[in-house]
Every structure is written in structure tokens, then in C-alpha cells.
Design a binder for this molecule. Structure first.
Ligand SMILES: Nc1nc2c(ncn2[C@@H]2O[C@H](COP(=O)(O)OP(=O)(O)OP(=O)(O)O)[C@@H](O)[C@H]2O)c(=O)[nH]1
Ligand SMILES: [Mg+2]
Length: 565
């Protein structure tokens, strides 16, 4: 088709031309309108321009959190949120209540499970806390032998030439390898304390390991607390629906995995097992990201009373249908029984004898029962930081720094659940939970957790793709390390190269710091600064200062070179 000739006049001209019979007033009005439109258009252009400038100026800092499972990555992320986006952190507190309820209920079920297989000797006055530590082949709940009969413990790598001397070079793989803890089958050494069994009344079975009936007061408490099994089922079923493919998969619970393996798959109580049946405890995990929060938010919003604007974070949803509100009612009703069972001497003895040190497990709230069982309970900041919810996958969290010289800087913090990344970042925070020197990995019982951290640290330090990335090391869970050493656990027993140094937290932290620093120095492809901190990331007072230092350091480096942009 031939192209048309262009029109000989502007087709818009007729439309835009002022009317021929325009009065002076109309003209003045039209000009004023045009001027106003021009000003609006100029303002829009200016704001687009400003936005472009701002975007150009916006600095993006990418920070990767790395470390083995349970090292504290998600907790560090929560600390960042608490410090730099406090209002968003606050607004989400109620979302964490369901997680805390699950954590609490899970601790209670661990106790009930332990009571389901009570032995005669459990009822006798027995060992002290430190005694049990010296007896155990690993004081970790990860290495808990099955109830009653000691089982051979998993193999833990033994250094080929472990000595008490200082390592010559961190390249020596054995130099910093924790030693295999003593097996239950090993003969006791003379400095170990033997348990003294009470003599049994004549004529009775004198096997202290024989199963026996639960004392009546504990039977009553157990019956009273049985309703918490329904709470757990309810929270899991409502908060992590399988149909959505999120947050539903239940892996083995690391702290009870040793004895859980023997039991049927799935949550036993859902299938109607009696209270006496040992339960398989699984650990709940969420896919990285915030989808699970959205789901709780929706569930709660759907049950809030019509008069509510839904903004009140402390307000419960409908107490008949909001799962977390129902859970809170039940937990409140069980408050007395919860306090009684946790304070009970026999229960404590049973836990000690099973080497179940609940206080050291993540998501431990039994020492806060007064608060947590109150009907109007809302989590505090510390409660949120202590909550345990395993992450699977990778998620990126964005923050815009609210104040300070780097206000406007966008931070993207990547939380990786147990995997590694090759991407280039401004900085990496690597978390090594140094309290775990006597524990093994949940996913591989033959690997000592400290050794796993050391190997991962070596891999990160030596990775060429990450050569220009600043590495920040958090030697984490120092509070648990201090408690463990103070309770009598000897570090040198697990890390032979620690030798006869003083068995206190300060010396241990210094020792670990120097070892990790030596690896950093030795393995970095090109020299770079070492930033190492001893942390307890659940502790807001100390972590605030440390994160501020990290932030300053990252921003300084960020401003220093375009390579970090
Ligand atoms: N006492 C103490 N507890 C800590 C510390 N750091 C983390 N925790 C707790 O340990 C548990 C595990 O921490 P998370 O942050 O979930 O661990 P993670 O590295 O994200 O683990 P994955 O998601 O499995 O990869 C949580 O219950 C935390 O509250 C610490 O320094 N001291
Ligand atoms: Mg996590």
C-alpha cells in the first residue's frame, strides 16, 4: 500500500488552538490552567530526575550470612532487623508467638518422652550435673544415647597425630581437629566419678536399669499436660499446611535424632498413640523468606473481630479459631502443671541421666513460664531472638538504613539455610558456634560440629571467587561455651591441642580466635583484614555494639572502593 502524504497541517492544531471567540476572562483562565499544568509537569519531571539521581546514589551493600545449621544466621538477621528496622521488627512480634509456643511445647514433650521410659535408678537420688558430664561420651544432646541401654556412639574423626602441642601450621588438618570424645564402651579412667546406685529393698529386682512405674504425682502431671500434644498438632497443621508446600517438611529433630530413628515416621500423637508411646520429635523448618509470616498474618487477620483495625499487635484473633490464641489458652490452663513438672526433682534427675540439657537447646523457654503461660502473652524482643525455626533455602532480606551517614543505603542480607553461595558480596558474616565442640552434626553423626565449622571456614577463606570479599567471623554462642566450661566440661578433652590452658571461657575464646585467624591468614588467596568477634547473638546488649562495628566496617570498605558496589 502506498504511503500516505503527510497532512499539510498539524492534526492537533485544531484541537489545541484557542477558540476563536475566546473572551479575555476565558483567555486568562485558560492561561492560568496551562501554567498550572506546566508547573505540575515540571514537578513530575523533577521528581523523576531526583529519583534517578537517588537510585544512582543508593548504595547497595550485599551481606551473606554463612555457617552450619543452628550457628545463629537467622538470629543475626533478626538482630539486624531489630536494630535497623525496629518498627518492622516490633510489628512482627506476634507472628513469632506461634513459633515460641511450638518451641515450648516441644521441650515439654521431650520431658514427657523421657518420663515414658523411667528406670528404677531414675528415682534414686543420683548424680550431680557435672558428674553426668564427665560420664558422658558426648555431653551434647545430639549424642544422646537411647534411653536405658547405652548404644555405641557415632564415629567422630580422630586426629592422626593428635598431640597436646601447638599446631605448627593451620594447613595441618589434624592441628585443630577436635578429638573423639570417650565412648561409653571405653573403660572409665580413674578420675571419672562412678554413679552410686541405691541398694534396693530385699526380694525386689535389684537391676537399677529395670523399667518402673512413674510416681503418681508425675503420672498426674503427664495426664494434665497431654492436651499440649493437641496444641502442637494444631499449630503445625494450621501454620504450615502441606498443601501450600511451605514450611511443612519435618526433618529429624537434631537433639533427639539418636533415639528418634527407631520410631515410626510422622508425629505419633496425631495418629493417636497413647501418652506412654515414645514420640518421634521432628524439627520444623520453613522455606527461606517471609511466606510463613504472611500465612500467620492472614490466619490471624481472618479471625480478628470486625471492630478491630488489625493494627494492634498485642491483640489476639478470635480465641475460638485463631490457632495461636487457642494454643495460648491451653498453655495458660496448663501453667501450674508446666511449672510443677519443670521444678520437679525427679524430672531433673531423669533429664540429667539422659544427658538431655534442655537449657542448652535452641528454643528453650521453660525458665520463663510465668510470662509465657500468661493469657495475654506477647513475645519480648529477647523471646523472638531465642525462637528456633530452621531455615531451608536462600532468602534475601532488604533493609533501608534509617539513620546515620549511610542513611538511604540499601542492605541486602542473604540468609542461607545450610548451603553455600559463590556470588560476590560486599561482606560475609561467617558464624561458628564454638560451644559445639562436644557435639556432632544432626545430619551426619560422624562429624564433630566444631570440625565442620573449621572445614567450612577453610573452604570460605580459600575460595578464589570470594577472595576480595571481607570476611567477618562470629565465634558464636559464647554464652553457652562459658556455661559449659563452668559446669565442668573440659575443652582439652575434645580439642586436644588446647592442652593444659585454663579451662575458662576467656582463654577458650582467645584460643579459638587465634586458630580461626591463622586459617584466615594462611588460606586467603590474597591478604585481607581479619574481623573476628566473640558473640552471643541472642544477647541484644552485646550484639548491638558488634553489629554497629560490622556495619561501620562494611560501610567504610563499601565507600572505599567501587569494587564493593
Ligand atoms: N544461647 C545462645 N543461643 C543462640 C545464639 N545464637 C543463636 N542461638 C539460638 O540457636 C538457635 C539456632 O539459631 P538460628 O539463627 O535459627 O540458626 P541458623 O544458623 O539460622 O540455622 P539454620 O536455619 O538451620 O541454617 C536459635 O534458637 C537461636 O536463638 C547464641 O549466641 N547464644
Ligand atoms: Mg536459619
Amino acid at each position: 500500500m502506498p504511503a500516505r502524504a503527510p497532512p499539510d497541517r498539524d492534526p492537533l492544531d485544531a484541537v489545541l488552538r484557542p477558540p476563536f471567540d475566546e473572551t479575555p476572562e476565558e483567555k486568562a483562565y485558560r492561561l492560568a490552567q496551562e501554567e498550572e499544568a506546566r508547573l505540575i509537569s515540571a514537578a513530575i519531571d523533577e521528581s523523576i530526575h531526583q529519583e534517578k539521581v537517588r537510585r544512582k546514589k543508593t548504595k547497595i551493600v550485599r551481606l551473606l550470612l554463612l555457617g552450619q545449621s543452628e550457628s545463629g544466621k537467622s538470629t543475626t538477621l533478626r538482630q539486624f532487623q531489630r536494630l535497623y528496622t525496629p518498627s518492622a521488627f516490633r510489628a512482627e512480634r506476634h507472628l513469632w508467638r506461634a513459633v515460641i509456643q511450638l518451641n515450648l511445647v516441644r521441650s515439654v514433650h521431650t520431658i514427657l518422652d523421657a518420663l515414658s521410659d523411667i528406670r528404677r535408678d531414675d528415682l534414686a537420688p543420683g548424680l550431680s550435673y557435672a558428674d553426668t558430664i564427665h560420664h558422658t561420651s558426648t555431653s551434647s544432646p545430639y549424642g544422646t544415647p537411647p534411653f536405658g541401654s547405652p548404644r555405641p556412639l557415632p564415629r567422630i574423626p580422630v586426629p592422626a597425630n593428635s598431640t597436646d602441642s601447638e599446631p605448627n601450621s593451620p594447613r595441618d588438618r589434624t592441628a585443630f581437629a577436635p578429638v573423639r570424645p570417650k565412648r561409653t564402651s571405653d573403660p572409665p579412667s580413674s578420675d571419672e566419678i562412678q554413679p552410686t546406685y541405691m541398694s534396693e529393698p530385699e526380694g525386689e529386682d535389684d537391676d537399677p536399669d529395670a523399667q518402673t512405674a512413674l510416681p503418681p504425682h508425675l503420672s498426674a502431671l503427664r495426664a494434665r499436660l497431654d492436651s499440649l500434644r493437641k496444641v502442637e498438632a494444631l499449630l503445625i497443621a494450621r501454620l504450615v499446611p502441606p498443601s501450600e508446600g511451605e514450611a511443612i517438611e519435618l526433618g529429624p529433630h537434631p537433639h533427639v535424632a539418636e533415639y528418634a530413628g527407631a520410631y515410626a515416621n510422622g508425629l505419633g500423637y496425631v495418629n493417636g498413640n497413647g501418652a506412654d508411646a515414645p514420640q518421634r520429635r521432628s524439627e520444623i523448618f520453613v522455606r527461606a523468606g517471609t511466606a510463613w509470616k504472611g500465612r500467620i498474618q492472614r490466619l490471624r487477620a481472618a479471625t480478628l473481630s470486625p471492630n478491630s483495625d488489625g493494627e494492634d499487635e498485642a491483640q489476639d484473633g478470635d480465641s475460638d479459631t485463631d490457632p495461636s490464641a487457642i494454643a495460648q489458652q491451653t498453655i495458660h490452663a496448663c501453667g501450674g502443671a508446666l511449672r510443677a513438672i519443670w521444678a520437679d526433682e525427679t524430672v531433673r534427675r531423669v533429664l540429667r541421666r539422659r544427658k538431655i540439657r534442655l537449657e542448652e537447646w535452641p528454643g528453650f523457654y521453660l525458665n520463663d513460664l510465668d510470662r509465657i503461660t500468661s493469657p495475654k502473652y506477647m513475645p519480648s524482643d529477647d523471646d523472638v531472638l531465642k525462637a528456633r525455626l530452621k531455615t531451608v533455602g536462600v532468602s534475601e532480606h532488604r533493609f533501608e538504613m534509617e539513620a546515620g551517614t549511610e542513611s538511604g543505603t540499601e542492605w541486602r542480607i542473604i540468609d542461607v539455610g545450610g548451603s553455600r553461595s559463590q556470588k560476590i558480596f560486599s561482606a560475609i558474616i561467617f558464624l561458628a558456634p564454638i560451644s559445639a565442640f562436644d557435639q556432632t552434626l544432626a545430619e551426619d553423626k560422624s562429624v564433630n560440629r566444631l570440625e565442620d565449622s573449621v572445614l567450612l571456614w577453610k573452604a570460605v577463606c580459600s575460595n578464589k571467587l570470594l577472595a576480595k570479599v571481607d570476611l567477618v567471623l562470629f565465634l558464636n554462642k559464647c554464652d553457652i561455651l562459658a556455661a559449659k566450661l563452668a559446669s565442668g566440661v573440659r575443652l582439652a578433652k575434645y580439642v586436644r591441642s588446647f592442652g593444659n590452658r585454663a579451662n575458662d571461657a576467656e582463654t577458650a575464646e582467645k584460643y579459638f580466635r587465634s586458630k580461626f585467624s591463622a586459617i584466615h591468614r594462611e588460606y586467603s588467596p590474597i591478604p585481607r583484614k581479619f574481623y573476628g568477634f566473640c558473640t552471643s547473638v541472642t544477647d541484644s546488649t552485646t550484639t548491638g555494639g558488634i553489629l554497629a562495628s560490622v556495619r561501620d566496617m562494611v560501610v567504610r570498605e563499601h565507600l572505599r572502593g567501587a569494587r564493593l558496589l
